[in-house]
Design a protein around this ligand. Structure first.
Ligand code: ATP
Ligand code: MG
Length: 429
């Protein structure tokens, strides 16, 4: 009697990346690491799991993320309240405080990896997704804000993306937001009839967030609301001007979007988003800004900070629209053999080829030449190496070039075992 187990599947909104697709991801990751290094950013890796309190405090209690999107649970062993990171910034700031990273110098750091939010899955919106997160810790000036934006413009250029536009705003300082807040609450009270339930709940706790709404019925109200930008004092304005001037220096176009407040609580001064029309409703590829209060809020010695996060799925979606799918061969050399002695010879020859930097698969097990050649072809290898009794006798392998252009007529040649690695490496590396 055979037992039939029920098939298991992945969670909704959490995607498997299969070998073919992951080639594109690895390509992007490589390019991104080089791009980050070219600005002096270093990698930092923090745990996926943190105390819930970190995000509640760091992101803000009255935010979409903390109110309804976090994967939180109680550790059944000791009752700790834990959360799967919904973003990187809070964890990276916690770590930099815990390890005293800002003790003697500023830090330019980045992280790349999965984050988790319980949202309604749709194109460009998943429950496990990936971010490239970049933070400049301990640097106060508009020069750094502008450099981060220049850096992003370079990434889009490197990827050949020319239709991601920049929206910019300034949230000023806490005192300016307080002055604006009173005017904004008065405006919200005057338009109470159009406010949805969420807006009514948030209007006194975090009125600025109400303007971040996507509810079409509230757009008029949001558009006519008093603008925080008009409440900025000279110092905040000068910071903003400093950013704009540097963007102008570099020829980077931007639009001022006074309604851009970003989803998180901790921002001040510069905030920005990069948006495209080519991704449907989920058009924001990157969001960022300055958060000078966060380090102190999380228990560190007060220090300024600015950063951004890129949504990797959205970036890849955009990038792939302009690209041939990346051909990802399994190997460069596929070794075909007949007989146990030939198979064992191949295993050793393959090690020599790998010493020479080649990627090699030795056909596993034993099967007929024909099916081995089929596998060799399907692997995408550039060359098949054949070893049978004759080859062992003559100590020379038969080499078959699988992907020759028309002019290259020779099909198969005999190459001494001793020369094999050198000959193949010379030809395809
Ligand atoms: P949105 O307004 O689209 O919900 P957000 O303000 O919540 O975005 P951030 O917290 O700023 O997003 O995250 C940075 C970037 O991560 C976004 O600009 C976007 O590219 C990406 N992102 C956010 N949420 C998701 C998600 N659920 N799935 C895939 N990518 C996401
Ligand atoms: Mg969101």
């Amino acid at each position: 009697m055979t037992q039939q187990f029920q098939k298991l599947r992945a969670l909704t909104g959490m995607k498997d990346l299969l070998p073919g697709e992951s080639a594109q991801w690895e390509h992007l990751e490589e390019l991104v690491r080089e791009w980050l290094a070219s600005y002096g950013y270093r990698n930092m890796r923090t745990p996926v799991l943190e105390f819930t309190q970190l995000f509640a405090r760091g992101i803000g209690e009255v935010t979409d993320i903390v109110e309804k999107e976090m994967y939180s649970f109680t550790d059944s062993l000791n009752g700790d309240k834990l959360t799967m990171r919904p973003e990187f910034t809070a964890g990276m700031v916690r770590a930099s405080i815990e390890h005293n990273l800002l003790y003697d110098r500023p830090q330019r750091v980045y992280a790349m990896g999965p984050v988790f939010r319980h949202e309604r899955p749709q194109r460009g919106r998943y429950r496990q997704f990936h971010q490239i997160d970049v933070e400049a810790l301990g640097l106060p000036g508009p020069d750094v804000d502008a450099e981060l934006i220049l850096m992003l413009a370079r990434l889009w250029r490197l990827l050949g993306l020319n239709d991601i536009r920049l929206e910019l705003n300034s949230l000023g300082q806490a005192s300016e937001r307080a002055a604006h807040r009173a005017a904004l609450i008065a405006h919200l009270e005057a338009h109470k009839d159009v406010l949805d339930e969420e807006a009514q709940r948030r209007m006194y706790v975090n009125p600025l967030r109400v303007l971040d709404t996507k509810n079409p019925a509230m757009q008029d109200m949001a558009n006519t609301a008093p603008r925080l930008f008009d409440f900025l004092q000279e110092e905040s304005k000068a910071h903003f001007r400093g950013v704009c001037e540097r963007l102008d220096d570099a020829g980077i176009a931007y639009t001022l979007n006074p309604r851009l407040v970003r989803g998180l609580d901790y921002y001040n001064l510069t905030v920005f988003e990069w948006v495209t029309d080519r991704l449907g409703a989920q058009g924001t590829v990157c969001g960022g800004g300055r958060y000078d209060g966060l380090i102190e809020l999380l228990g560190g010695k007060s220090a300024p900070a600015v950063g951004f996060a890129i949504g990797m799925e959205r970036l890849l979606d955009l990038w792939q629209q302009d690209q041939e799918p990346l051909a990802a061969p399994e190997c460069q050399v596929y070794m075909v053999h007949q007989g146990e002695s030939a198979q064992r010879t191949c295993a050793l020859l393959a090690e020599q080829l790998r010493d020479a930097g080649l990627h090699v698969i030795v056909h596993a097990g034993s099967s007929g030449f024909k099916s081995q050649f089929k596998r060799a072809d399907a692997s995408g290898a550039a060359v098949a190496v054949i070893v049978g009794d004759n080859e062992i006798q003559s100590q020379a392998a038969s080499v078959k070039w699988l992907r020759l252009s028309d002019e290259q007529t020779e099909q198969q040649e005999s190459v001494e075992f001793e020369q094999l690695a050198a000959v193949i490496a010379a030809r395809i590396l």
